[in-house]
Design a protein around this ligand. Sequence first.
Ligand code: ZN
Ligand code: ZN
Length: 491
Amino acid sequence: MNRIFSINPEVAWPKFPARSYARLDHHEPDNLATAQEAVFSFDAVDAGWFGPPFDVWMDLGKPDDTRRQMRDFWSQLFKGYLSPPKDPFDEMPIYNIEVTSKRGDRYWDFLIAIGEEDWLDIELGTTGSFPVDVYGSLLAAPIIAHLLSLGQVTGDTATALSNAFDVDAWPDAADGDIDAILSGVGTIDMIAMYDIGQGSAIGLLDSSETARLYFDLGAGAYGNRQTRPTPLRFCWRGSPSIVLSHWDTDHWAGENSDHGARARRWVAPRQYNLGPRHHAFAHRILKNGGTLHIWSAAPGTTRSISNGSGQTLSIKRCSGTSRNGNGIACYLDDDNYQASWLLTGDAGYSEIGGGPAHALTALTVPHHGADMSHKGSPPATIAAHARLFYSFGPDNKHGSTSISHPTAVAVAAHAGALWKHGAWSLITPAQVVAGGDVLATASHSSATSLAVHLESAVAGWTAAPTVPLSTVPCVSGCGTKHGCTSNVIQA
Ligand SMILES: [Zn+2]
Ligand SMILES: [Zn+2]
């Protein structure tokens, strides 16, 4: 196992890499054009690792060899050979480097110009004047290092790195496999948003309160690791599969603390320019006996499966250009109730486009309530009963910026679309339990109260289900030895 996935914070990649090769993983806020400050998170591998003796795996001087080797490697893994020779992923020292920059400082102009496809050469030292946070695993505390230089990798080295981490080495899923996963879901009575800290994990539950499908299996990680509940385990008694909205860590990191998540079927979008951590995660799924179905449909494509009793489950490929914006959205239409639910992941509304057939009675706010105002407006609520879900961790933070989710901009936009936000302030939201249409996973600290987890929440088609749910969490019969931890007490 790669140390980045260790549940023991002490077992992380050590210190920080003096020099690393990295791809930009994400930045916050989403809209850099108007930002005054931002955190840029880099998916980095210690550059020293590529030299002897490890160049038997990936020789950055020989891009064509690297490409051929990695294509062979992934083809064996996807075919179910769990021990292909020359497996690089357990030994690869992968770090998360978080650079907080302000408009006008020495790195800002360079940082905002980086593309997802670029490779960066990052030099760090123990002393300097530009501190950055370096994480050796999902759950380790950061090491403070200083940014000494940041440049673009070019030539053979850049080509070899792109060949080493190339999602085109992964086969396309067959439509029949995707359909089989969606059609196994059956009839859904409730949607659950799990309190997993800063991230997102949604369950579609049947009349027995059994999860039939997960849409994301996220959890707090890196700078938001303290927002993750411990322990954190999901319910597997219904052998659900997982659809990943996109490849960002906060949407799959819940897998690492849950043995029950192993050997599952995962559907994920083909997203380009993924970095080392995503390849290591794909490797982890396959090595644990799971299957990974890469959905490569063009933007705007929908796959729908009807269950024969009035429900249609759809996944749709979003049309944005960023990783948040070109993943998978999910919606469920119920013709009997004339109601629909829309699960957005981190995509903006204009990137999702149309889809749901009926009035929304459940909606998950995109990107944990980040400011997505440049990516469309929320749909208006028109149903008599509806629920608006906000998934975020108590007092979540993003690098050293002042940003926290949900943002006042997102809350105001949804309030403007007539979603009732109850007791929340539109200026400093999420400091109390909202009520109204809103269900949230946390409350932030304020002058008079501490940040708290609010636990998991459910919605039904036309009315609030009774909570606490009787069989969740289940201590036995959950398909795993330890049972799940999903405490559903909000509706
Ligand atoms: Zn994301
Ligand atoms: Zn996210």
